[in-house]
Design a binder for this molecule. Sequence first.
Ligand code: KIV
Ligand code: ZN
Length: 514
Amino acid sequence: MVEQERITIFDTTLRDGEQAAGAGLNWEEKLEIARQLERLGVDVIEAGFPASSPGNLETVQRIAREVRTPIIAGLARCVPGDIDDAWEAVQVAVKPRIHVFISSSDIHLTHQLRKSPEEVMEQAITSVERAKSYCDDVEFSPMDATRTDWDFIYRLVTEAINAGATTINIPDTVGYAIPDEFGRLIAGVFENVKNISNATISVHCHNDLGLASANSIAAVQNGARQVEVCVNGIGERAGNASLEEVVMAIHTREDLLGFTTGVDTTQIYRASRMVSDYTGFAVQPNKAIVGLNAFRHESGIHQDAMLKAPITFEIMTPQSVGVPGTALVLGRQSGSHALEARLHDLGYDVSKEDLGRVYVAFKDLADKKESVTDRDLETLMGEDRRSTGDDIYTLDHVQALSGSPAVPTATVRLIDPEGEAQTASAIGTGPVDAIYQAITQIVDVPNHLVEYRVEAVTEGLDSIADVTLRIEHEGTNYIGRGADTDIVVASARAYVDSLNRLLASKQRATSVMV
Ligand code: KIV
Ligand code: ZN
């Protein structure tokens, strides 16, 4: 059998994905996502933009130290300080990479950089050389490449390779390209850059026209051998090419494309759930590969054909991307072994100690709900993860009253950082507002609620309510999540979670300044 050529999968969920408005991951979550990306088998993890903040540098460093199989890349503008910071962050990695970028289009040069093309060329060369003085593996990106004069790209890329770049990334920064056109640009790079055989060509496509994955595949068909992607397609504005779409297109159409990747596709679903859970960005039901409906067949004709032969309406199996099979549903009578086995199937390896705690929560839920589904278990695990973090405040008691006519009233009791119980009561426009007012009396940090979303995890009136919210404080958004069969309790948990994140990030900022 002919061995297929392998496409390098460069994941930028933790850098470009994290740049998406409101993503706001903390370092523990980034490290867990990086570990999942390692299990997934991506070749490169772009772990962050170290010069953007001391916290970001530290997180990239932690990932570089602990995640040992993939290449760990740090992003840098073409300025000396950024490159030094990127190296400081990634140098502990087994396989470090510095990724430098500079704008190349006339639009950016005129309105953003206010530099001439020759100045940009000079800055790119000296920056690649500086990065190369630290690290053998250097990637260079001409930002807004698809709106740049193609001849200038060829010249810039030639010089970047001469200066030592080993990967040349062609970004469609604003998601402007059309597949055929983008394919021709990549082919043009191969035809016009004489030293191109000394570098790998990469592409980085944004999804403003919904074409990011299509453009990435067109680039692969024209010679690109690295594709930059994000789990669930998150990223700046409309996001980046989605990892699951690009990888599954390569695997499913291996017959046509003739390539493979090093990705263990059965880890895709787990990665998708984790990124959605941690960022609070819901996955749309009709999202390719990982959406709730991606493998559901509603029409009678389709269902009939599926029963006869799944190949009739399924081009890949749910198992191939790790979607858990129709679950054996757990209930009140299920023991801890059954729970452990089901959690294992869902990708959670829980220690004996954790299992004890999760089992108590499971029993509590099973007393309230007739059957506990996979989605319930995933929500339960999310709640467990949040409740075992280093919380500053914990919710000890919450009670709310509402009705018509009635004045919505709430009482909450929180345990403060000194371990003292603090109680407050308030009225509001509704029970959730009353709870927020009461909690705000105890945790007195100015903020305002910019997003509040409640989702029923499963069908049925006994469903868990999963609340996602974002609060804004001094220009930064903080996510909060909370889940419970009682919507009021879930809302209180979510608000306390967001306040804990806000306070923890302020504490970290203070300790960095000291
Ligand atoms: O979209 C873009 O151009 C980028 C670069 C930094 C590669 O994210
Ligand atoms: Zn980007």
